[in-house]
Design a protein around this ligand. Structure first.
Ligand SMILES: O=C(O)c1cc(=O)[nH]c(=O)n1[C@@H]1O[C@H](COP(=O)(O)O)[C@@H](O)[C@H]1O
Length: 226
């Protein structure tokens, strides 16, 4: 099979058996699985290894954000898991991103989270960032590129501008909802099709698949729109 789906399903649960059950249901309609803080806090490295044994690429979304030494050492400890993708917060700064990339295995893409898709303009203002979401994403995309990362995480509303700045970059887009989907805590939302059209390399999709009555049918339906 040459075609690999751009969808990484976000298995946001502390229950490893639940994560495995969903992964087993959707495995033919997704390109990989994303494990985040919720899963990692409960199941740690052994849990990641168990999920990797299912045979799909692993996106380890730990959004590292600390001083360069700490992030570099944390990445060094994660390296033996050989994830396909790992996240750090781009706002941790250039030196932090450089140390993260230096400590990652060669085959791992290190991507910088720019501006969480759960933030809108008023949240951005409240935390004291300069400019709007678009300004923030483009500035942090430049910084991630200069630091030698592989790409960034941003919403589908900014991915076109980010890709223009960095044509060779790898773009992860969460906050993706089918046209009739429940938005929940996400704020900067686009459809899977729009995200791909605007340049996403990977779509992160969680609840529209994992909370569906039948996750396999939901994943198939989304794939059919791509
Ligand atoms: O890094 C991420 O994956 C991420 C960045 C971001 O800005 N927004 C965002 O929602 N995510 C993750 O993407 C997933 C979205 O899940 P759903 O909203 O359920 O589709 C969650 O696992 C989030 O942790």
């Amino acid at each position: 099979m040459t075609h690999r789906s751009p969808i990484f399903v976000a298995l946001d649960t502390p229950e490893i058996e639940h994560a495995k059950a969903i992964a087993a249901k959707v495995r033919h309609h997704v390109g990989g699985i994303k494990l985040g803080l919720e899963f990692f806090a409960a199941n740690g490295r052994p849990g990641v290894r168990e999920m990797a044994a299912l045979g799909l690429p692993i996106f380890l979304d730990l959004k590292l954000h600390d001083i360069p030494n700490t992030v570099g050492k944390a990445m060094h400890s994660l390296a033996t898991l050989e994830p396909a993708i790992v996240t750090v917060h781009a706002s941790g700064g250039r030196a932090m991103m450089e140390d993260a990339k230096a400590a990652a295995p060669l085959g791992t893409k290190v991507v910088g989270v720019t501006m969480l898709t759960s933030l809108d303009e008023s949240d951005i203002d409240a935390v004291g960032f300069r400019g709007n979401a678009h300004d923030q994403v483009t500035r942090l995309t430049e910084l991630a590129r200069e630091a030698g990362l592989d790409g960034v995480v941003c919403s589908g509303a900014e991915v076109k501008a980010a890709k223009k700045l960095w044509p060779g970059g790898f773009f992860v887009v969460p906050g993706v909802r089918p046209a009739d989907g429940v938005v929940g805590d996400q704020k900067r939302v686009v459809t899977p099709r729009q995200a791909l059209d605007h340049g996403a390399s990977v779509l992160v999709i969680g609840r529209p698949i994992t909370k569906a009555e039948d996750p396999d049918i939901a994943a198939r339906a989304i794939e059919a729109t791509l």
